[in-house]
Write a protein that binds this ligand. Structure first.
Ligand SMILES: Nc1ncnc2c1ncn2[C@@H]1O[C@H](COP(=O)(O)OP(=O)(O)OP(=O)(O)O)[C@@H](O)[C@H]1O
Ligand SMILES: [Mg+2]
Length: 251
């Protein structure tokens, strides 16, 4: 685990603050004036229909895209405009919805490469090995990432995040496409890491998972934040009910 930065927030204080974040693609406003914060030690869920702007929001926060407007602060420090590498060094990790697998690298090498962010090679390999063990990927360490099942590719995304010793992890649909039973594997890992003090933002479409995992949820639609609250509050929002539950939820 990395040494906590001197400006590390206390539990319950904001670790991530997003202010009026906006990203336009030509005439399309993919993320429109979105503001929210994540408290240290919190699991925040983000839901919203396809094309709502969820992945774009993660790309803006993690430095992979520049915002048209707005600001992001991490541990109280402005990180808007920093490179993804600098942001990762500060302790903010992000998984990719479309797995960023390097076909010509083994699982072990892929996680070791992420671990090199903070360690020399031999230590990075040892660190990667402990993460592969923890995430259940050890037996597959010598396979190529492209040969993994979709479920294991998602676990590899989590393992790559972990290898950078994050304080906050942004997970983009790591449980998508899994059955509820299969999702228990990544969920158990999230719970374990959360118990160790790592904060999370989870983008998820699988509502039963986000409902039972997130302490608070924000809802995006057409780039805008249209709801924010506890899972119990969110399930009562009419738009969310219509979009996700139809008539079946007894709210
Ligand atoms: N690089 C880009 N150039 C142009 N338009 C983009 C780009 N990236 C995303 N968009 C558009 O921005 C909108 C938001 O896309 P985004 O991928 O953030 O949605 P999402 O909520 O993650 O959707 P999904 O649930 O399908 O993953 C969509 O209309 C998408 O087509
Ligand atoms: Mg997406």
């Amino acid at each position: 685990m990395i040494a906590a930065p001197s400006n590390m927030p206390r539990d319950g204080s904001p670790i991530l603050e997003v202010d009026s974040l906006t990203r336009q693609f030509g005439g399309l406003v993919a993320v429109n004036d979105v503001s929210f914060s994540v408290r240290k030690g919190e699991i925040l869920g983000i839901i919203g229909p396809n094309g709502a702007g969820k992945t774009t929001l993660f790309s803006l926060i993690s430095g992979f895209m520049k915002p048209t407007k707005g600001e992001v602060r991490f541990c109280g420090e402005r990180i808007t405009g920093l490179t993804p590498n600098r942001i990762a060094e500060k302790g903010l990790a992000r998984s990719f919805q479309i797995t960023q697998a390097f076909g010509n690298m083994t699982i072990r090498d892929t996680v070791t490469a992420a671990s090199l962010l903070r360690r020399p090679l031999i230590e990075a390999q040892q660190h990667a090995d402990s993460i592969l063990d923890e995430t259940g990927l050890w037996k597959k360490r010598n396979e190529f990432s492209t040969s993994l099942s979709p479920q294991d590719q998602k676990l590899l995304e989590v393992a790559k995040c972990l290898a950078t010793d994050p304080l906050l992890i942004l997970l983009d649909e790591v449980m998508a496409g899994l059955t509820l039973a299969e999702a228990e594997v990544p969920l158990a890992i999230v719970r374990l890491l959360h118990a160790r003090g790592i904060s999370f933002v989870l983008i998820e479409h699988v509502m039963p998972i986000v409902m039972k995992t997130a302490e608070r949820i924000i809802v995006l639609n057409f780039g805008q934040k249209v709801g924010e609250g506890t899972p119990e509050e969110i399930v009562r929002l009419k738009d969310v009910k219509d979009a996700y539950f139809g008539e079946e939820v007894d709210a």
